[in-house]
Design a binder for this molecule. Structure first.
Ligand code: UDP
Length: 239
């Protein structure tokens, strides 16, 4: 797939939507994120989104005591991502954007089925496309789904939205002299102490030479600043 310069995929964790509550969906956070995305669309970027489901359930934790099987827990996690996708769609529409949700698991009353050509067409028309239900398979994460979809649609990068400015050489909460790393390789990102994404996601990004931009999506105007390559923009890139 040929890369399209102005096409990006943003990956949020489910927890990002929970705000201070730590669980469920906070509409103020949704509105903030929708406004940020709108500012990017207004600059002519094409935006696809993958949202996690960790604000409701994760397969590994659901299966911890052996009552729920891991695979069922994972399907529950994928369903959680659909709840988040529908919520994000509402917030974006409330901001007058056009949005389509495409699900990796058929749910025709709620979302379109995932069809890559159709997703690309939506993006070309300026619609935001939210990819829901992860990869549709247990044992994967939404980070991997993000890298997969970004590669499929020919995005120029995947933006891993976090609450920190990027990747540091050590934990900035513990060490005030921690340095923000501007650029690291996929091999470095696979090291235990960094872990920007799980190994499967990073390995897939490496295979497809998809840059991973780690940045703070919760500072107003920050995402646009990064995408416009402004001098003082803070982020880390894995490539
Ligand atoms: N999940 C899955 N396959 C996928 C994507 C997600 O089974 O392709 C399940 C898995 O149980 C995961 C949960 O959905 O824990 C929620 O996704 P994730 O943990 O990636 O969400 P986040 O941490 O980003 O909120």
């Amino acid at each position: 797939m040929k890369r399209v310069e102005k096409r990006i995929l943003i990956k949020f964790s489910g927890e990002a939507l929970a705000g201070e509550d730590g669980f469920g969906i906070n509409t103020k956070v949704l509105k903030f994120l929708a406004d940020e995305i709108k500012s990017v669309i207004n600059e002519g970027f094409e935006v696809a989104i993958v949202i996690g489901g960790g604000n409701f359930i994760r397969g590994v934790s659901a299966a911890k005591d052996g009552i729920i099987k891991r695979t069922s827990g994972d399907y529950m996690g994928m369903l959680a991502t659909v709840i988040n996708a529908v919520a994000m769609q509402e917030a974006l529409e409330n901001d007058s954007l056009e949005v389509r949700v495409q699900s990796a698991i058929k749910m025709e009353e709620i979302a379109e089925n995932f069809i890559v050509r159709r997703a690309i067409r939506h993006l070309e028309k300026g619609r935001v496309v939210i990819f829901a239900a992860g990869t549709g398979n247990p044992f994967f994460t939404t980070d991997t789904a993000g890298v997969l979809r970004a590669s499929e649609i020919g995005a120029s990068a995947i933006i891993k939205a976090t609450k920190v400015d990027g990747i540091y050489d050590k934990d900035p909460k513990k060490y005030p002299d921690a340095k923000l790393l501007k650029e690291i390789t996929y091999e470095e990102a696979l090291k235990d102490n960094i872990k920007v994404m799980d190994d499967t996601a990073i390995a897939l990004a490496r295979e497809n030479k998809l840059p991973i931009i780690v940045c703070n999506m919760f500072k107003q105007g920050n995402l646009l600043k990064i995408l416009k390559n402004e001098k003082d923009a803070k982020y880390s890139i894995v490539k």
